[in-house]
Design a protein around this ligand. Structure first.
Ligand code: SF4
Length: 455
């Protein structure tokens, strides 16, 4: 795995200090471009403070991730060219909405044009279908909304109902499972992330429509970060019966760009092709949810909860910046009383502060959208960083700009969702919906006992 925040030399330095617990301060160049990792390393961060952010992985994990890399993808593409059709697989690629702005900026195109170019490129190298994944984020948001309402109504019987944390960011979920353990796991929403819902859709619904068993489909996702590679490897997302995973391979936006560069393909040469939905129809537009950097859980759940619980229609959401631009607060007031208190906490520094307050019993939010990357998913380490781990600020700004022009779609307004709840999941409240769209958040056997983070 390409480690974005620390170079190989720094990783080995870190390994050496494992027995000593303290990470040696690293020698880095001065200047505002220093990565967060480097700044923290200079401050003397302890290994027991590991955030499991996916930036430096263990060798076992590194090997598992390697098994997911480009080689695996090209092996399947090569087998598809051989005469033995028993080895052939249908190659389905799912493109994350936060990856498309990266290509738009790199190609100097609109987001819609970039989506068609990337679709055309993936088809030119052997993908049979390239799917728009907005629908999987729709499902994830709707299931998160339902869980929030459920928790709100039983908060008097369950002291750990609130705060409820989102589960869409694998960097954050992994940190909770490995480091924070049982004190925080019950607070995490059980709805699967958009990537893994897409996995269920492709290996479940799409496979059955194609009369194929799940192992006959190779499912590639294009994502903004490396953490999603780790997520695809979770036990929950493996089906023993077919010996296959819901997502077989994750390539970051940067890795796809690298493949294009290695093949010396210019954007002009790529024939445009439209993304498809899981019904096999081509989709002409490209939509996002109500956020310029994430899937917009905070905004959608807030509006839904205001209506469902207090019969209030929220027009404009007004965000209050608390301490820094990556910690935002949104409140709903009724009759002079605050009835809903929501927040967005992005980046591990804000996450750490939040967790410290939670432990002291001083964190009084109902809902928090948590993302490991400071700028949200557009800032993912698989696309917004230079090779030496620095944030590409101009690129990020441009991505935010182009993404903000994409039309907003609410999950409730997607008619395909209702069709899938009815035809595939036996109803929105069924056991099948619960099993298919939710996962288990479980503390690892030995989460670190160090709670006194040094931040
Ligand atoms: S916030 Fe960062 S780590 Fe989390 S899913 Fe988005 S890009 Fe990946």
């Amino acid at each position: 795995m390409k480690c974005e925040n620390c170079t190989k030399k720094e990783c080995s330095k870190k390994k050496k200090t494992e027995s000593e617990d303290l990470v040696e301060p690293l020698s880095v160049t001065d200047g505002e471009e220093k990565s967060e990792f480097h700044r923290l390393a200079e401050a003397g961060i302890f290994l027991s403070d590991c955030l499991a952010c996916g930036n430096c992985v263990t060798s076992e994990e590194g090997a598992r991730i390697f098994a997911q890399n480009q080689k695996e993808f090209f092996k399947v593409l090569n087998l598809n060219k051989k005469c033995d059709s028993s080895l052939h697989k249908l190659v389905v690629a799912s493109v994350s909405p936060q990856s498309v702005p990266y290509f738009a900026v790199k190609f100097r195109l609109s987001v819609c044009e970039a989506a068609r170019k990337i679709c055309g490129f993936l088809k030119s190298i052997g993908a049979h279908h390239v799917l728009d994944t907005t629908i999987s984020a729709d499902f994830s948001i709707l299931e998160t909304q339902k869980e929030f309402i459920h928790r709100f109504r039983r908060q008097t019987q369950d002291e750990r109902a609130f705060p409820m944390f989102t589960s869409a960011c694998p960097g954050w979920v992994q940190y909770v499972e490995r480091v924070l353990g049982n004190t925080v796991t019950p607070h995490i929403c059980t709805a699967k992330s958009p990537q893994q819902i897409m996995g269920s859709l492709v290996k479940g619904y799409f496979a059955s429509k194609k009369n194929l068993s799940p192992d006959k489909i190779f499912h590639l996702t294009i994502a903004p970060c490396y953490d999603r590679k780790m997520e695809a490897l979770r036990e929950d997302y493996y089906t023993e019966l077919y010996n296959c995973r819901d997502v077989d391979c994750v390539l970051t936006s940067g890795e796809i760009m690298q493949i294009m560069e290695q093949r010396n393909i210019s954007v002009k040469e790529i024939e445009e092709s439209s993304l498809e939905n899981v019904f096999g129809e081509t989709s002409c537009g490209f939509a996002r949810h109500e956020s310029t950097s994430s899937d917009g859980y905070l905004a959608h759940v807030f509006r839904h909860a205001a209506k469902e619980l207090f019969d209030m229609d929220v027009q404009e959401i007004s965000y209050k910046t608390i301490k820094n631009k990556d910690f935002l607060e949104v409140c709903l007031e009724k009759d002079g009383e605050t009835v809903l208190r929501f927040a967005a906490a992005y980046g591990f520094r804000n996450i750490q502060n939040m967790v410290l307050k939670l432990r002291k019993g001083k964190f009084h939010y109902h809902f928090v959208e948590v993302l490991a990357c400071p700028g949200g998913c557009l800032d993912g380490k698989g696309q917004a960083k230079t090779v030496d781990g620095k944030l590409e600020r101009t690129l990020l700004r441009e991505m935010e700009e182009v993404y903000s022009h994409v039309p907003v779609q609410s999950p409730e307004s997607n008619p395909q969702i209702q069709t899938l709840y009815a035809d595939w999941l036996e109803g929105a409240e069924s056991q099948k919906t619960r099993q298919t769209l939710h996962t288990k958040i479980t503390a690892s056997a030995q989460p670190t006992s160090r709670l006194d983070m040094k931040w």
